[in-house]
Design a protein around this ligand. Sequence first.
Ligand SMILES: Nc1ncnc2c1ncn2[C@@H]1O[C@H](COP(=O)(O)OP(=O)(O)OP(=O)(O)O)[C@@H](O)[C@H]1O
Length: 599
Amino acid sequence: MSTATARVQAAATTASKPQGVIARARELAPEVAQGLGLTLVFASVTTLGRIVVPVAVQQTIDSGVRAPGGVDAGRVALITAAAAVVVLLTMGTSWLVNYRLFRATEAGLASLRTRAFAHVHRLAVLTQSGERRGSLVSRVTSDVDTISTFLQTGMVVLVLAVGQLLLATVLMFVYSWQLALLVLACFVPVLVFRSRLQRPVTRAYQQVRLRMGELLGAVSETVVGADVIRAHAASARSWRSVDAAVEAHRRQAVRAQVATASTFSVGVFVSGLVLALVVVAGTLLGVDGDITLGRLLAFLFIIGLFVMPVQAATEVLNELQNALAGWRRVVELIDTPVVVPDPSPSDAVELPAGPVEVRLEGVGYTYPGTSRRVLSDVDLVLPAGSRIAVVGETGSGKTTLARLVTRLVDPDAGRVLLSGVDARRVPEASLHRRVVAVPQEGFLFDTTVGENIRLGRPGATDADVREALAELGLQRWLEQLPDGLDTPVGQRGERLSAGERQLVALARAHLADPDLLVLDEATSSVDPATEVRLQRALEHVLSGRTSVAIAHRLSTAEAADVVVVVDAGRLVEVGPASDLARAGGPYSRLHAAWTAQHV
Ligand SMILES: Nc1ncnc2c1ncn2[C@@H]1O[C@H](COP(=O)(O)OP(=O)(O)OP(=O)(O)O)[C@@H](O)[C@H]1O
């Protein structure tokens, strides 16, 4: 087991216990607990305020309306006014409790979201890749939402409910221990029964969420793959899968609602029954002179105060479980070690100025979670300022080589030296200012052409962007665009052609002006005019700096100073294109195949 995997597992184990999750969550979002003490004081005042009404009823009746000397109107007015003041005060403290909790939790959750998002970015490209990307996003969005639901609504309810339950119980015993025992005798079995009944309800809702996830998956697949679906006339098939997912969700939601309604009805039935029993038993006690009318009426109010928290607490305990599960997933994400960690400040070294020399010494690499070595024993020196083309069959390891050179991954054997410095010792921020990678399909953001190019050098002016385009010979292309630099590119750049997207990606790299450029040449075919533009732009982008191009075109390989041939994870040939073409090895076969394509 690798140390990284061991660390992930250790983090997951510590955080899997509820205390562990809560302790780690407090470290990650300390704002949530800030001022909690005062909030709890306000919550206690609010709870105390709730018992004012039954006490006022009892006092009004027993010592006001049924006062020994007849109705004491002054006393009734005094009690009513006092009760009104306390109720108003309670309204204020209840507002304060909510406000303070919202403010603290929003601050905590905002920093948790930021940390989680930042961590997702820092995780290796590999950890983010594939189906995990969706689940990472859901951790930062829906998992944090379950936490916020509990903290902002559930926690207040829970704190108030516990206080209210205790106060109501004490008050019931103060007014009539016999009736209090009667109420408890009815509710204890209900509590036991409800917690049993709650489990299937929880499970049913988990299933509902699962079905909702499947439904969203089915719908998003039909939206994202709309073109393919239409092109293959496969709409019927996709609608069938969406329909099936909608139906599965509907059935599960009904099942969950039926289960909830059953537990709710039991609660309503028992509260009604208890009220009736208390009225009967209270009347009998009253006849015997054991309870006053005021106390009996107050008691009926208190039953309400007792029932409400019992019902609310069971529901909130559910939310608490969801929130704990949410915390656990977010904490696990944040505690997942970064696969390419930044060096410690004492170990950090900046790259020397000027074009970068790349040296690979005994480099080997195996993707995490796999056992096949995709690169082995790679020894290679790429002189500063030279132009290198990497060629090889699909799956031979070219992209992996590029990832190692740009430090998107670290080798598990050997080392990568950039201008003599181990890439692991160069801080990420400065490394990526000097070393820029241009992927095959450069991602375009849903903004203008100018903004997308400016991404290469934030702070560049429009004039800088125009100058970069002019240097690449793209002035005429820019003039053709409907709004010049302000032309919107659409989502993922879909309003531009594939070739134009590549032009934007090249301009972005040129503006960044790196000392080492690693480029995965696009394979998508473009029209001849754009092809010429691309070739010319590429020439400019690559000149004057060290460049490593994963070449898919003969022209790129032939223009390079050095061609590196990768085959099944090994370097099999290195040398000038003209020499390799005559050597009769793998490159000459590739060269022959390319030439045949162009005949
Ligand atoms: N993220 C990954 N996880 C696991 N295996 C991977 C991953 N990326 C690539 N591989 C495997 O590593 C091997 C080399 O892949 P690589 O992408 O480096 O090849 P390539 O030469 O760039 O291919 P192409 O020309 O098709 O882009 C392949 O067998 C591939 O299946």
